[in-house]
Design a protein around this ligand. Structure first.
Ligand SMILES: Nc1ncnc2c1ncn2[C@@H]1O[C@H](COP(=O)(O)OP(=O)(O)O)[C@@H](O)[C@H]1O
Ligand SMILES: [Mg+2]
Length: 364
């Protein structure tokens, strides 16, 4: 739609983790160095954590793209609530091995033989588990057992565990001590700063043939940063809407006021019920990130009914927070929807990997 109006070859702000759009921000660069270091060590676990939308999946895909398939055989899987045996089957399947109708011991044997055979031809195996916060403790334990496979002094498998901050918390548990001992490095991928946010927007635009149309006024970039706090996914959501609005209104120059208008629109879509005076603010994964719940802050202003007031700095601040809060809620809904889709996919994967029960009919 708006692509033609702005002379772009494609949509610049899609929500899929497409590595061709990879922007090497300081945080992403650092995280990448950790992963590359891990690869070099070829053993144990590297843990990357980050909020929803920080760019973890994009980063991992970018890395996988760069790997030489003659040297590293990478298997990726997205975790849902998997229990121990499912994870072994999925790991097996991710490496292209057959695990149907096999007992656990045979799956393990198959995996070990496969890993040994890779080593024999000078290749290394890399297992990447995304959304690791969904792993059950037993599944984590199975992964740890896999990391025990060795040939002489050499570990046969290297794993990256990528997940939301809950995964870091989960790893602090007493029962995770053995896993912790195997973690050779971990890194938390935070949001970008204002300068990087601008460079990120320009980078994505230039990959689809942007030549300055639309032109972003300086304060427009600041407004995007202010609203999104530099989280790539939020930037994409907002900028996509901004370009659409610009197109609908025939604008070739976008200002901070345009950004704010889009934010207001998103706020209106989120519905009026979201923040009421006296209502406690839920600390969802995004809400907690977006709204600074400090004493004496605008959160208290909301509690004190400042939203009802017309003027005043506190009221303005509270209103701004309310807008952010509502956008975060919308985003949470989107994430939930995506998660449901992910779970359906995993169910299918599991159904395909599961051995058929005796007597069950073969499907044609
Ligand atoms: N470094 C980056 N370069 C380009 N786009 C990015 C980057 N990081 C994140 N994005 C974009 O932000 C959105 C969310 O990224 P994603 O990798 O799915 O985050 P996460 O896996 O941490 O939830 C995607 O649209 C992705 O393309
Ligand atoms: Mg992801």
């Amino acid at each position: 739609m708006y692509e033609t109006f702005y002379g772009l070859t494609a949509k610049p702000f899609q929500l899929n983790p497409d590595p061709t759009f990879y922007f090497d921000s300081r945080g992403h660069h650092r995280a990448l160095s950790y992963l590359e270091y891990g690869l070099h060590q070829s053993e144990g676990f590297i843990v990357i954590s980050g909020e929803v939308g920080a760019g973890k999946t994009t980063l991992v895909r970018h890395l996988v793209q760069k790997l030489d398939p003659q040297k590293v055989v990478a298997a990726q899987l997205v975790s849902t609530q998997l229990d121990a045996e499912d994870i072994l089957r999925l790991v097996s399947a991710a490496f292209g091995l057959r695990s149907k109708r096999l007992e656990k011991a045979d799956i393990l044997l198959g995996l070990e033989m496969f890993l040994v055979s890779l080593t024999a031809v000078g290749k290394r195996a890399l297992l990447i588990v995304d959304e690791a916060q969904n792993l059950t403790h037993r599944a984590v334990e199975e992964l740890r057992m896999l990391s025990n496979f060795q040939l002489g002094e050499h570990a046969l498998l290297q794993s990256f565990l990528v997940g939301q901050p809950e995964f870091r918390d989960m790893m602090q548990g007493d029962d995770m001590q053995q896993l912790r001992q195997r973690v050779i490095a971990s890194y938390h991928l935070g949001p970008m700063d204002a300068e990087e946010t601008r460079a990120y927007i320009e980078h994505r635009l230039s990959l689809v043939g942007w030549k300055g149309n639309p032109r972003f006024e300086g304060p427009a970039f600041d407004a995007v940063f202010g609203f999104t706090t530099g989280v790539p996914r939020r930037i994409n959501t907002l900028c996509d809407r901004l370009l659409l609005a610009g197109f609908l209104e025939g604008r070739k120059v976008l200002s901070a006021a345009d950004v704010e208008a889009v934010v207001d629109e998103m706020k209106a879509e989120a519905g009026p019920e979201e923040v009421r005076p006296g209502q406690a603010l839920p600390a969802g994964p995004l809400g907690a990130n977006v709204i600074p719940l400090k004493t004496g802050s605008a959160a208290e202003a909301i509690d004190a009914g400042a939203l009802e007031m017309e003027g005043g700095e506190e009221a303005a601040q509270a209103r701004e927070l309310a807008v952010r809060f509502q956008a975060a809620r919308m985003e949470e809904r989107l994430v939930r929807l995506e998660k449901t889709m992910g779970e359906t996919l995993a169910l299918l994967q599991r159904a395909l990997a599961r051995p058929k029960k005796a007597g069950a009919k073969e499907e044609s």
